[in-house]
Each structure stands twice: as C-alpha cells, then as structure tokens.
Design a protein around this ligand. Structure first.
Ligand code: AMP
Length: 505
C-alpha cells in the first residue's frame, strides 16, 4: 500500500530513468533527473524546519514548478501553487491564512514575494535545486510518512471574501491515480498535454496520472491558448495521447474552429470537466477525432478533482445535457434533501460525496470546513464525513447522474470557480460603497455589478478591485444605482435586479 505519491516517482526513476517525465518549451526532464531535483529540493525545504507546513510555489507553466511541488512533498511539507499573476491584496490574504515556511519560485518571481511587505523568506528554484541531497534525512521523512498527511492546498473562491485553501492528502491523490488508471487503462506510452494552470486542480490529474503510469507530461504554453489554432500542430508534433482539459478549453478550440485544418489524431482520450460541456462542442470534437474516447468528469476541488465519470457511449441531440454518469470505484454519491434524507429516485437532491477522495478540509478555516464536511446523516453508528458539494443533481431514467444546477451563488466564469459573494465582500470593504450585489448573466457570460454610491465611479471601483481580485473575477458590466431595490425581508432584491437586467440586455 502506498503512503506517499513520491513512491510513483521512485518506481519510475528505477524502471525508466532515461524517459522524459516532464517537458515544456524550455526543457525536457527525465525521470532520473527529476528524482535528483526532487531530492535536492526536498533536502533544502526539510532543513528549514518542521513538517506538514505550507510552502508556496509561485507557479508558471513550467516543468521546474512540478519538480518544486514534488520537492516540497519530499520534505514532508505540503505545496501551495499560487499563480504569479496574483493581485497583491489577494496574495497577502493567502499569506495571512498560511503563514508558510517560505515562498519559492524562479528568481524572476522574487519581487512578487517581496512586494507583499511580509517577512517571509523567498528562495529561488536556482538555490533550491542546487542543494546537496541528504539521503538519510529524506529516508527518515519517508519512513515517518502517513498517507493522510497533506500533499497540497489549492485556493478557491470563498463567499466570505477570503479565498479558501482546500487541503488534500497523499491518500486522496493516490486514490485518484489508482481509480482513474483502473477505469481508463492508461499505458506507459501516454503523453498527457497539460492545459490547466497549476493552481487549478484539473492539473493535479495530469501530474499524478502521468507519474503513476510512467508517462510524459507536456506543459502546453499559455501563449498557445491565446492563438488556439497553433495548439493542434503542437499536440501533433508531440504525439499527445491524452487531453484532460477544462470544458472551457474544448469550447475555446471549438469557437476558433481550431480542428478544422487538421486534428490532433494521436489523441486517444479526451476528458473534460469543470462545467457543462455543450453537446454541439462535443459533436465538433467527435467529428474531428472519431477514434477517441470522450469522458465527462464531474467534481469539486474538495473531493480531489472528480467523483463521477461518464464515458460518452451514445448519440446526443444538441439540445440535450450530458450526464455526469456514475461514481468512480471507492466513492459513493448520495443525493440528499434539505433535511439530510435521501431523495426518491429521479428527484433532485444535493450531491454529497463519501470516500478516500475527501479533502482534509480548508486550511486554518474550521468554520468553512465544518459547514461543508459534515457527518453522513444516513449513518448514526460512527463518525463518517460527507462533502456537501452545493451542487444539485438527479438520476435520469438510465440511472445516470445528471448535474442540474448550483444551490447557491457560486458560478463558473471563463473556466473559473467564483463565489459572487466573494466579489461583494471585497466591494463592501470599500468605504464609499453603500450597497452592492452581483448577478451572473449565463448566456452572455457577464458578471454584472449593481452598486449604490454617492455618484457613479466605475473606473475607481475597477482599479481598486484589481488589487484584490484576479481579472476574471472583476465584473464585466457595472450598473450604478441611486437607490438599491429591497425585498420584503429588507434584503437587496436580487431577483428583481436580475429580471430587469435580463429584460434590458
Ligand atoms: P472546481 O472546484 O473549480 O473544480 O469546481 C467544481 C464545480 O464545478 C462543481 O461543484 C460543479 O458546480 C462544477 N462542475 C464540475 N464539473 C462539472 C461537470 N462535468 N458538469 C457540470 N458542472 C461541473
């Protein structure tokens, strides 16, 4: 039984040390070299002190970031990928939550860490990978490893205005790698094309499925997603066999007709997740890759990527919704009503998840953890946690799970998970905002902000928001209100605002 994801790396370095493990546009790193880098970084971080603490990795789309992640794991700590484009206000709030051992990244990232003004040491990859490996130290850490120890934390949007750090254990990632491999049967010659940035859990699958199966992980440069037509020649040239991408990325290539000229026909499996993929987009991909298997994956970051899968095995009309299918082995899905009772077959309930895949909780946030990870109401016999996803689902007549909607104001916008409440909480901290409210226009994909201030000040709000929120969270439209409409309960009348906006738009 594996207790650490690093066992995959040790095995691969033993069996195929000359094989390319990681590749980006700058470098190709073999399994043998990767292990040396991980041992050096592991020694470096371990010498900084106590285990099971966070190390922030300022992440770009590069192979050395992955070596740093695994290096942090080898030190007995857990890594927290943070995008280098993070606004400084948001970074400060993450640092406050984490109080990390240190921050690491390429030398060019040093000023991002220093700009926060907080007294947290920064070490460059150049220093970290140059350390002399201390085999005895690393062996001791490995011997003490328990599979429930944390491996990484990924921050997601939080409705109170503070991002939440979802803390995931080695056990959950080992479970993910084993169940995916059992269901989809990856071979040793797989080339996984990584699309998702490393601070999104979609990328966790690329990394650990590749490592588990001794494959090659190819980091697709971000610039190609700005020029989507150049992606296909790149995937063909590299002989990519598996795409595990956000649904929004498949949609992007569809919107740019990027497969029209030629298809990436070395691809054998296309897996997508994150939001509902329109069937017309699926049809476009199927038409150009008739030999490939298509899989709809569903799940939130809190259950380690995905808890259900649907292998597309029949034809769908453009107007139909793809099911999210059935649970992975070692996972149970319960559909519960508001009282915590299972709903009758065919009726809508909240999707709740049970299994080794459950995250350990939100780091240093017991309130949010207790709200979402709760005792299974169907088990009165012993402690057993469920993760309450906040997603509503139902079973169709074929017994397949179908995602219906969110039960709250969480949205998916440009592939990002966003709590509208987080945007409102940040705005409400600005002294000149009297009242505000955000709604989402699904069809136009607009975040619309209604705000009440002395006078209209869109530009001022936008500039200030960008200090705290990434660009994709800033409202697409702003509507100044002299007076905000209120409902009978004295709350902002969101339904009315939404209805009026939809009518006018
Ligand atoms: P994230 O934690 O960023 O992966 O977002 C998780 C949320 O995205 C879920 O709780 C769902 O609301 C939504 N989601 C993920 N996968 C799917 C899917 N295949 N179909 C519909 N919604 C999805």
């Amino acid at each position: 039984m594996k207790r650490s994801v690093l066992e995959y790396l040790y095995e691969a370095a033993d069996v195929c040390s000359e094989k390319i493990a990681l590749e980006d546009t700058e470098q190709a790193i073999t399994y043998g070299r990767l292990l040396l880098m991980v041992k050096a970084a592991g020694t470096f971080f371990a010498r900084l002190g106590a285990g099971k603490r966070p190390v922030i990795v300022l992440s770009q789309r590069s192979a050395d970031c992955i070596a740093a992640f695994l290096g942090v794991a080898a030190s007995g700590n857990f890594y927290v990928p943070v995008d280098t484009a993070i606004p400084s206000g948001r970074f400060r709030s993450i640092l406050d939550t984490l109080n990390p051992v240190c921050v690491t990244g390429r030398e060019s990232c040093r000023d991002i860490a220093e700009k926060t003004g907080q007294d947290i040491p920064f070490y460059s990859f150049e220093e970290v990978f140059a350390a002399d490996a201390d085999e005895k130290l690393l062996k001791g850490i490995r011997a003490a490893q328990i599979d429930t120890d944390p491996l990484y934390a990924i921050f997601t949007s939080g409705s109170t205005g503070m991002p939440k750090g979802v803390l995931v254990s080695h056990r959950s990632v080992i479970d993910l790698a084993e169940q995916f491999t059992a269901v989809f049967g990856f071979g040793g010659d797989e080339v996984f094309a990584n699309q998702a940035p490393f601070d999104f859990d979609v990328s966790v699958k690329d990394l650990y499925l590749s490592l588990r199966n001794k494959g090659t992980l190819l980091v697709v440069p971000q610039t190609l997603f700005i020029r989507p037509k150049e992606i296909v020649p790149f995937l063909r040239e590299k002989g990519v066999t598996v795409l595990i991408w956000a649904a929004s990325a498949l949609q992007l290539l569809h919107n740019f007709s990027a497969l029209d000229k030629e298809a990436p026909d070395t691809v054998r499996q296309v897996m997508f997740s994150g939001e509902v993929l329109p069937v017309k987009v699926l049809h476009y991909w199927q038409e150009h890759l008739p030999q490939a298997r298509f899989v709809n994956l569903y799940g939130p970051t809190e259950i380690t990527c995905n808890c259900t899968y649907y292998i597309v095995d029949r034809a769908f009309a453009d107007t139909e919704i793809l099911p999210v299918g059935k649970p992975f082995p070692n996972t149970e899905i319960l559909l519960l009503d508001k009282e915590g009772a299972p709903v009758p077959r065919g009726e809508i309930g909240e999707i709740c998840v049970r299994g080794s895949s459950l995250a350990l909780g939100y780091y240093r946030n017991p309130k949010a953890t207790q709200a979402a990870f709760r005792q299974n109401p169907c088990n009165g016999g012993y402690p057993e946690l469920l993760y309450f996803t906040g997603d509503l689902g139902k079973y169709n007549e074929l017994g397949e799970l179908v995602f219906v909607s969110r039960a709250d104001s969480q949205i998916k916008h440009m592939g990002h998970r966003i709590e509208l409440g987080e945007i409102e909480a940040v705005l409400n901290s600005f002294p000149y905002i009297r009242k505000c409210c955000c709604i989402y226009h699904e069809e136009k994909k607009h975040i619309v902000l209604f705000y009440q201030t002395e006078e209209a000040c869109d530009a001022k709000i936008r500039a200030q928001l960008l200090e705290y929120l990434p660009k994709y969270m800033c409202p697409t439209r702003m509507v100044w209100m002299k007076e905000m409409p209120m409902n009978d309960h004295g709350k902002i009348h969101r339904a009315l605002l939404k209805q009026q906006y939809l009518e006018e738009a």
